[in-house]
Design a protein. Structure first.
Length: 74
């Protein structure tokens, strides 16, 4: 994952938060973490994360799309 892809993920996370403003308070972003382990990045939801599953799936999909795509999809 390049620095550009990390930026894209952060931007997409902001967009998801804007779309789901009533259910995705800003403070929940601190419970979403990207970790670099054994030559690849992984998405982790930390203790305290409390968002509806549909938002979680949207975040996971965005992460996978950004990882699998070398071009701008945003």
């Amino acid at each position: 994952m390049t620095q550009s892809q990390i930026y894209q993920f952060q931007h997409e996370l902001d967009e998801i938060q804007r779309r789901h403003l009533l259910f995705f308070p800003d403070e929940q972003k601190k419970f979403i973490q990207l970790d670099f382990t054994q030559s690849h990045f992984e998405l982790h939801f930390l203790k305290g994360y409390n968002l509806p599953s549909v938002i979680t799936l949207e975040i996971q999909l965005s992460f996978k799309l950004i990882l699998s795509n070398n071009t701008n999809f945003i």
